[in-house]
Structures are given as structure tokens and as C-alpha cells.
Design a binder for this molecule. Structure first.
Ligand code: GAL
Length: 370
């Protein structure tokens, strides 16, 4: 009998071991268990600091599909290594025809805190159920507490009926002459030029600009921005948010027209804005890109790939999603190693950002801590 109880005790210790074992290092690309011992399920995510706690939000992914069957998950941590599973922050719904109906595509959620309204504001890329990637919308949700529950507010295309701030009378006159029929073939020099001049902006002017891969950024002055792949993922847009962080103001600028950038992740160091992006190859990794600017409004300059080490030309097998700012000079690059055939098994890359000749670099490390 005694040995039976001992066996039960031993078994229960073993079962609960992964749940209680504290980790002390970040190991990119490996299984990252939460406090219940299960691999963290928060992909395409971002991290918010609120008080002394970090909150990691991301896409819940399932065994066989990347479609949203659950919604946005939230994890909390005091040390950025050991994460408590807070459950579902924004849930998809079974209401038919709802913007976030179960089975929609809900990607790259990011949350920022608004100190004036004291609300947590979540933005994400939304594709309506059954329409592939055609809707190209952003969605907005809000909560009273960081971990939620978040209340869905609305989803839409961006900046309908508005030109970017840099489009003055001259640019508008050029855009006016553009005729889509003359640019049926993509990637020719004249097509690239026309995209820069607003070919696709003009096409989507009435309906609103496409809004896919995205992030949010709050500047030191409290102004917040929504940064997203627009114009068929060819051009990044940076749109200013209203003071409550729940809408666009209508002021926006474009970055690298026809540059085909996705997966934007942004941070500010010594007054310079740095943005890391990827190319557009779906779930397959490609070489990271990097841009800098003296102001959110540009001008944005492209720099070489910041990655160093094995598979540096493929972002170590991953795709950027967010940069965590720990303090001035200390940043963490977050990326996803997608597993499209087994989405729930997608892995995370977290690496510290260093500086070489005053430019950010990301060096691969198997294991590191703060
Ligand atoms: C990637 C994008 C992901 C997801 C995927 C779908 O390029 O960054 O968020 O949309 O394409 O193929």
C-alpha cells in the first residue's frame, strides 16, 4: 500500500513538473512551455508592459489550420521567460456573418494602453470568413483590463477617401492621370513607378486602403500609430491614431512604395525610428529588411539585413512580428517560425538587438538571458 501511495506521489510530481519548472533562458526555435507545461500559443504576437507585468498577445493556432478557431490569446510574465496562460483575450464568435466569426483569419494582434481613457486597445489584421485574404481589413477591440476580455468594436479598410500626407497638388495631378489598364504587367519599371505615384492607392481610394500585416507603435509624446502592409502588400502605410487609440485620424504616410514589405516591427532608439520587415513569401521565411527615419513621417531609408549568424539570410527561418523595448538601448526582436502544416507547432525567435556602427544588428544565439 505504502509503495502504491509513493508511486502515485511520484507520478503526480512528474506530471506537474513541467508546469512548475522555472526557466531562466530564452531558447529560440524550441518548444516554449507556459505555466501549464503547454507550448505557448500566441503567434504573430506583440508584448505590452503594464505596471510590473508583461503581457504577450498573439494568434491562437490550431493543429490543422491557421484560421481563427479561438481568437487572440494572452500570457503574462514578470520576467519575459516564464509565462502564465491568461486564456483567450478576444474570442471569435459563432454568430453567422459577424466580422470575427469563427473561421475568419485574425492575425498579428497588438495591444497598447491608453492612459487617458485607461483602456487597452487591440488592433489586428482581419480577413472575413470564407473570403481568403480579400477583405484586407484591420479590426479593433477594447478592454478594461490587459488580459481582457476584449470587446470587438469594428473592422474596416483604412483611410477611405484620403490621400497620404505627402500627396500635394502636384502628386494628386499625377495620380489623376494613372490608368490601371496601362499597367497590367507587374514588376516592370514603369509599373513600379506608377505604384509609387498612387496606382493602387487610387484603385482603393473609395473603398479604403488594404490593411494586412501590422503592428502598433506609441511614441514618447503619447501619439500612437498603426503600421500596416497596404496596396496589395506592396507598400507600408503608417497611420496616426486618434487620442483614444481606437481610430485613424486620416493622416498617414507611405514607406517604400512597391517595396513589398510585410511583418513590420518598429522601435525608437536615440531619437531614430527603426523598422524591421520581411519580404512577401507567405509562411516561408525570407531575408529581413531594415529601415530608419528621423521621424515617423519619414523620410525612411533602407539599410542592409540586420541579421547575423546561421540562416541570417532567412531571418533564422522566421518572420518579424514585434520589437519589445525593455529600456532605452535594450530591445528584443520577436519573430515567428511558421509551421503551416502544423500551425500550433509554430515556434518563436526572441533575440536581443545589438548595435554595430550605430545600426541595429540581430545575432543568433541558441540560448541567452537578460
Ligand atoms: C505572411 C504573413 C502572415 C500570414 C501569411 C499567410 O506573409 O506575414 O501573417 O498572413 O503570410 O500566408
Amino acid at each position: 500500500m505504502k509503495s502504491f501511495f509513493f508511486a502515485v506521489f511520484l507520478l503526480s510530481t512528474l506530471i506537474s513538473l513541467p508546469a512548475t519548472a522555472q526557466r531562466s533562458t530564452i531558447r529560440s526555435g524550441e518548444i516554449w512551455p507556459d505555466d501549464t507545461g503547454v507550448h505557448i500559443n500566441a503567434h504573430g504576437g506583440g508584448v505590452l508592459r503594464y505596471g510590473d507585468t508583461w503581457y504577450w498577445f498573439g494568434e491562437h493556432k490550431s493543429e490543422h489550420t491557421s484560421d481563427a478557431l479561438v481568437g487572440v490569446t494572452c500570457y503574462s510574465s514578470k520576467d519575459l521567460v516564464n509565462w502564465h496562460n491568461c486564456g483567450v483575450a478576444l474570442s471569435v464568435t459563432d454568430e453567422r456573418g459577424h466580422d470575427i466569426e469563427r473561421g475568419c483569419i485574425l492575425e498579428r494582434p497588438k495591444v497598447i494602453y491608453n492612459p487617458v481613457t485607461k483602456k487597452f486597445c487591440m488592433w489586428f489584421h482581419l480577413e472575413l470568413k470564407g473570403r481568403g485574404y480579400g477583405a484586407a481589413r484591420y479590426g479593433v477591440a477594447v478592454a478594461e483590463r490587459p488580459e481582457g476580455p476584449y470587446r470587438f468594436l469594428y473592422s474596416q479598410r483604412a483611410d477611405a477617401g484620403t490621400w497620404p500626407v505627402e500627396f500635394g497638388a502636384q502628386e494628386l495631378a499625377v495620380a489623376d492621370t494613372l490608368n490601371e489598364a496601362n499597367y497590367k504587367e507587374w514588376w516592370t519599371p514603369s509599373w513600379r513607378k506608377a505604384v509609387g505615384q498612387g496606382l493602387i492607392l487610387k484603385h482603393d481610394f473609395g473603398e479604403g486602403q488594404m490593411s494586412r500585416d501590422m503592428t502598433l507603435f506609441v511614441d514618447d509624446d503619447g501619439k500612437a500609430y498603426h503600421i500596416f502592409s497596404s496596396e496589395e502588400n506592396l507598400t507600408l502605410h503608417i497611420a496616426e491614431l486618434t487620442n483614444d487609440y481606437l481610430h485613424h485620424t486620416g493622416r498617414y504616410t507611405r514607406v517604400a512604395p512597391a517595396g513589398h514589405n510585410e511583418a513590420p516591427a518598429i522601435f525608437k532608439h536615440n531619437g531614430t525610428y527603426w523598422m524591421i520587415t520581411s519580404g512577401c513569401t507567405g509562411w516561408a521565411p525570407n531575408e529581413a529588411r531594415m529601415f530608419s527615419a528621423p521621424s515617423v513621417w519619414g523620410p525612411w531609408t533602407q539599410h542592409p539585413n540586420p541579421c547575423r549568424g546561421p540562416k541570417a539570410d532567412l531571418t533564422f527561418g522566421g518572420q518579424s512580428t514585434f520589437v519589445i523595448t525593455l529600456e532605452e538601448g535594450k530591445y528584443i526582436f520577436m519573430a515567428d517560425i511558421w509551421r503551416p502544416r502544423h500551425p500550433i507547432d509554430a515556434r518563436y525567435i526572441w533575440l536581443p538587438i545589438g548595435f554595430e556602427n550605430n545600426k541595429p544588428i540581430i545575432r543568433w544565439q541558441d540560448e541567452w538571458n537578460f
